[in-house]
Ligand binder design. Structure first.
Ligand SMILES: Cc1cc2nc3c(=O)[nH]c(=O)nc-3n(C[C@H](O)[C@H](O)[C@H](O)COP(=O)(O)OP(=O)(O)OC[C@H]3O[C@@H](n4cnc5c(N)ncnc54)[C@H](O)[C@@H]3O)c2cc1C
Length: 400
């Protein structure tokens, strides 16, 4: 194994949507390149890329200078085209952002301003207009309507991309775990590679891998769990997604109503601090050393952070309670009944980065690279939406 490392032009670690889109982008640009994509699971997209809300965001939450703002609109358009051209399900339902009280109106105006700055189609409307768009919506005086926010099925998109990998003859090695870097060699549980260029798109483990290459020196992952509650299927259906005005100091959007591609409704996701990176349910994937490392990080933030981690953690932990989660959702819509929300959905975990120098949550995507490797850190929401133009941007950074 040591004597005969397998050569390749690009070795990509992690087959979520970012690694997969980047593999396809590189192949389009370098048709003769030998690209290997390794994935530790049996199938691509089993983590964030297959466990998200499935919303194609429009791009009005993010400040103008951010990568999120730069890629949301283009990414939304690209995945919309992808779904329409291939006849994949998409629900182009649009979304309302509602104000719960007077204090939300400032945030609503700020979102409208950001939307205009980012050249996003967005309407600032009255309470009456909001009722006409969605009779169940509750809002105070004003609301925002985003016609281009939609829903896709992330699993179907991942399956389609997997098919494209096969068509393009890109080698996908599942159940292959990156273990370590030894100078210019990469060791996995199965093989040893001598890649021309290494790309780290490992989501929840991206910080750990980046550190082996001398990157992410002041970054660590702080995982946050997103729980969902499904609404019973009933005759009355929501017409649009309904979101609250978020606290723009955090990268989370607050508990909201999301419609899937069939128009079924779920509420969530929460942003509950998780105790290990893949802490989805029960003790699944529990790792003692990782838990100690994450809990120590959380305790450090409780002692002092640039944001109120204590308040965030306490308010989010309460959302493990079904009634609390439904009560939050009931602030946004009429007719919300606890008994309609019984079934918990499959949770997802955000690979949220914390800047350890300033003890703050990183708001934008972070990319670090040199002439040997590139590391995608903080590929949090809306990275699914942004995936295609983001992959083009990453390919631009890899100067070969
Ligand atoms: C609850 C939730 C809701 C969200 N909602 C939305 C939304 O509505 N719209 C939107 O645009 N975005 C949303 N997002 C964000 C979006 O899902 C992510 O930004 C996106 O999926 C990130 O993709 P990724 O490829 O970076 O990560 P992942 O999908 O996590 O892929 C990383 C891959 O790397 C693999 N890996 C890790 N370590 C190793 C290793 N050592 N060796 C080999 N493989 C490894 C993992 O198994 C995994 O498959 C949401 C995220 C969450 C958690």
């Amino acid at each position: 194994m040591t004597n005969n490392p397998t050569p390749c032009d690009f070795l990509i670690i992690g087959a979520g949507i970012i690694g997969t889109q980047l593999a396809l982008t590189l192949k389009r640009r370098h048709p003769d390149a030998h690209i290997i994509l390794i994935e530790k699971e049996a199938y691509p997209g089993l983590h964030a890329s297959g466990r998200n809300s499935g919303v194609l965001h429009a791009g009005f939450y993010y400040s103008k200078d951010s990568l999120k703002a730069k890629f949301s609109k283009l990414g939304n358009q690209a995945l919309t085209r992808f779904c329409l051209e291939r006849n994949l399900p998409i629900n182009q339902c649009g979304k309302l952002v509602v104000a719960r009280h007077q204090q939300d109106l400032t945030g609503l105006q700020e979102l409208y301003r950001r939307g205009q700055e980012n050249d996003i189609e967005l309407q600032l409307i009255t309470e009456q207009d909001a009722k006409e768009i969605e009779p169940y919506a509750k809002t105070y005086q004003q609301a925002l309507f985003s016609p281009t926010t939609s829903s896709v099925d992330p699993k179907i998109i991942m399956t389609e991309l997997l098919h494209d990998l096969q068509t393009e003859n890109i080698a996908l090695h599942c159940q292959e775990l990156f273990l370590k870097r030894e100078k210019h060699l990469i060791r996995t549980n199965r093989a040893c590679y001598a890649p021309g260029y290494v790309i780290n798109t490992a989501g929840l483990y991206a910080d750990k891998i980046a550190k082996q290459f001398g990157f992410a020196s002041h970054y660590e992952i702080l995982p946050f769990k997103g729980l969902y509650l499904y609404k019973k299927k009933t005759q009355e259906k929501l017409r649009v997604h309904i979101y609250p005005v978020p606290d723009l100091n955090y990268p989370f959007l607050g508990v909201h109503f999301t419609l899937n591609t069939q128009g079924d409704v779920k509420i969530g996701p929460t942003a509950i601090p998780a105790f290990w990176r893949e802490h989805y349910e029960g003790m699944h994937n529990f790792k003692l050393s990782e838990t100690m490392e994450i809990v120590t990080r959380q305790l450090g933030l409780l002692m002092g952070a640039n944001f109120n981690f204590r308040q965030l953690a306490l308010s989010e932990l309460k959302k493990y309670n079904r009634q609390t989660l439904v009560t939050h959702a009931a602030e946004l819509a009429h007719g919300v009944q606890l008994n309609d929300f019984i079934q918990w959905g499959k949770p997802g975990i955000r690979a949220q980065l914390i800047d350890t120098r300033h003890k703050k949550l990183e708001m934008d995507f972070v990319v670090e690279h040199d002439e040997h490797s590139l590391h995608v850190l903080n590929a949090v929401s809306p990275a699914f939406t942004c995936s295609l133009p983001f992959a083009e941007h990453l390919a631009d950074l890899i100067l070969v």
